[in-house]
Design a protein around this ligand. Sequence first.
Ligand SMILES: Cc1ncc(COP(=O)(O)O)c(C=O)c1O
Length: 294
Amino acid sequence: MNNNTGDDHQMPNPAWIDGKTCDLSEATVRLEDRAYFFGDGIYEAIRVYSKNPFYLQAHLDRLHRSADAINLKLPYSDEEISSACSDLIRLSGYDEAYIYMQVSRGVAPREHSFPKNAKPSMSIYVREIPSAMIEQVARPAACITVPDERWMNCYIKSVNLLPNCLARQQAVEAGASEAILYRPGGVVTEGTRSNIFAVIGGEVRTHPESNLILSGITRRIILDIIASLRIPCREEAFTLEELPSASEVWVTSTISELQPVAGINGSAVKGNLPGEYAKAVKAEFKKEVDSVRA
Ligand SMILES: Cc1ncc(COP(=O)(O)O)c(C=O)c1O
């Protein structure tokens, strides 16, 4: 149950912009910010359980990888960012929340090439996870399949998310909750904001790390759990053609953790919900979450 009524609660949704704290409703960005003009920025979303960020360092490591990939120097150290996150969580008073952080190349007159003197800018805020979202991810997901029309650098967690938004809107209009993206040849890459796993022939499969997917933090945790449980698994892409033979399909992400998929394009995924492997992995995932709650 989310709770923002703690004694230390001062701001429902505190935001931090380059070292200054304010309420999210008052936080503003400059019109000439390059993230606004060009999507020239990167981001992370981190889950908070019982006031504790989950796998914060893994998210910061990925932020560094994204920054390096676009030649952006992060303006703050990991220690400064972690400390800002702790302050925001305390200020919010929320137990269950998420942290959003974004780094932009900075403010400069509109010119595509990098500005010489722009200073990268970082913003962070904490928000409660809407109960509707918690309820939605607690239910099995309905998915549709949509061509993956994104660029070839999907390992960068860039704020350029228009193709993801368009595909997800298609899912919503079809009464589904996620779009499973595929490249030519029917190769399933990932979801619009999740990674996708399938159990095919008794073996768990998911697209390997590459430029075609975002290397999900949840994906990694789940792969480690699968290895510890000695469940057969291969980081090898599967195709749309193989999907109907899957006995389980999962959506994984920071927000949805492991969400079993009930149907794809209106056809039910065969097998029980949650499937045998999903149940075992979810139980171990819960232990991991409980360890940060302690
Ligand atoms: C495209 C995409 N793939 C995968 C994920 C899952 O990543 P994580 O488990 O780190 O939340 C996300 C999360 O936002 C995403 O946007």
